[in-house]
Structure formats: structure tokens, C-alpha cells
Design a binder for this molecule. Structure first.
Ligand code: DX5
Ligand code: ZN
Length: 233
């Protein structure tokens, strides 16, 4: 069973105080810190890159879960590896030709490769990246159009999560966009174990409570799924 990971999206943090915001989230029980890297081209928004990851790395040992919303992910492997990124999740839409080289380079820089897909991309497109000799270790199902925080969760994306979980029982399956107390149960029962949440965590008066509620939802859903499996061996 893939362990629950709650990953606050630092896109919703106060970027002028990134180190203390990161520490605050870890103290609130975050497992990972989700770092949204956007190039203003793959998505209509521009955020941070390797220099900011490098600065943050000096202040924390936390797992930095980098989500690359960029047109040329290969160009970012070397700088992000040097900067101290932990996970490197690229978009399948931006890596049609070179995903094998990309995955190999990400691993050679000591990072964990993941692949993400936009809402309109069919789930079948990620299968080759998991069913191969040198697979990605995480699939990130976008539950909003990538680019901005604070958008509405798309429940219809849960079919993708369900299909993935059935096919890959121990894969890290991450969801990103519109996750919070009112949507977490849908994602958890579909089989997601890595939960990205920006505005619901940073906008909460009690971020620790928001994080623990999401973790509990994933744990309970996993327990339920395990009980069902036991009944039908
Ligand atoms: C959107 C980003 C998300 C975003 C999520 O493109 O990938 O990580 O920060 O924000 P919320 O949780 O507010 O939808
Ligand atoms: Zn993201």
C-alpha cells in the first residue's frame, strides 16, 4: 500500500517568507512540500525555478515535490538536481518524444521521477511510462487545469485515479487542484495517496487540522479498500 503523503502547495504560501512558511507547514504535519514550477508558456503563469529551490533547500531537509509545468522539462533536470529538488514531476504533454531520456536523467541526478497529465489528456498516455523497464515512480492526476491555485476540483477526474489504482496497487498516485475538506473523500476513495492542497491549507485558520483531516481520509479509504480485498482474495 502506498503511504499517505500530504503536500501543501507552496504556491499559496507567502513567497516573501518561503522558508518560514515551509517550516510552518512541516510543523503542521506536512509530509512533502509541493513546489509549482511554471514557465509562462506551458501554462499562462510564471512562478519559481531552480534558484528558489536552492535557496529553500538551505533552510529545510524536507522532500521538495517539484511539479514542472514547463514546455521543456529536460532543460530543468540539471539545475533542479543541483538545487536539491527531491521529486521531479513533468507533464506527459510536454515530453511526448523524450520521456525515456528524461526519466533516466532525473534518476541519474538523484531525483524521483513522476509524470502528470492535464484534465483533457487520456489516462492511457501515461501507461507506457509506468509499464517499462525504467518507470516513473509517481503519477500526478491534475484535478484542475494547471496554472493557478484556488480553482474548483473536477470530480470527473476520479475515474482516472480509480483506473490507475486498480492497475498499479502500490504506485504513488497524486492529485492536485481543488483538494480540501469537501473533496478529499472523493480523491481518497478513488485511490489517491498523495494529496496536494494549496488554498484549502493556507486559507485555513487551522492548517494542522486541515492536513490531519486529509491524512485520516486517505488512511480510512485505504483501510476500507484493504478490507474489501480481504473478502475477495
Ligand atoms: C495548479 C498547481 C497546484 C495549485 C493547487 O496548477 O499545480 O499545485 O497550487 O492549488 P489549490 O489547492 O488551491 O487548488
Ligand atoms: Zn502542482
Amino acid at each position: 500500500m502506498a503511504a499517505p503523503k500530504i503536500a501543501p502547495s507552496m504556491l499559496s504560501s507567502d513567497f516573501s517568507n518561503l522558508a518560514s512558511e515551509a517550516e510552518r507547514m512541516l510543523n503542521c504535519g506536512a509530509d512533502w512540500l509541493h513546489m509549482d514550477i511554471m514557465d509562462g508558456h506551458f501554462v499562462p503563469n510564471l512562478t519559481i525555478g531552480a534558484p528558489v529551490i536552492e535557496s529553500l533547500r538551505k533552510h529545510t531537509k524536507a522532500y521538495l515535490d517539484c511539479h514542472l509545468m514547463v514546455t521543456n522539462p529536460l532543460d530543468y533536470v540539471e539545475p533542479l538536481g543541483k538545487a536539491g529538488a527531491s521529486g521531479f514531476t513533468f507533464h506527459v504533454e510536454a515530453s511526448k518524444e523524450n520521456w525515456q531520456e528524461l526519466v533516466q536523467r532525473i534518476k541519474s541526478k538523484g531525483m524521483r521521477p513522476g509524470v502528470s497529465l492535464k484534465p483533457r489528456t487520456p489516462i492511457e498516455e501515461v501507461y507506457p511510462l509506468v509499464d517499462c523497464e525504467n518507470p516513473v515512480e509517481l503519477v500526478l492526476v491534475m484535478t484542475v487545469e494547471p496554472g493557478f491555485g484556488g480553482q474548483k476540483f473536477m470530480p470527473e477526474m476520479m475515474d482516472k485515479v480509480r483506473i490507475l489504482r486498480k492497475k498499479y496497487p502500490s504506485l504513488d498516485i497524486e492529485v492536485d487542484g481543488g483538494l480540501g475538506p469537501s473533496t478529499i473523500d472523493m480523491a481518497a476513495s478513488a485511490g489517491a495517496n498523495c494529496i496536494v492542497a494549496g488554498s484549502s491549507v493556507f486559507g485555513s485558520p487551522e492548517p494542522a487540522q486541515a492536513i490531519s483531516l486529509m491524512r485520516k481520509s486517505v488512511e480510512e479509504a485505504q483501510q476500507k479498500a484493504a478490507n474489501v480485498d480481504n473478502r475477495h482474495p
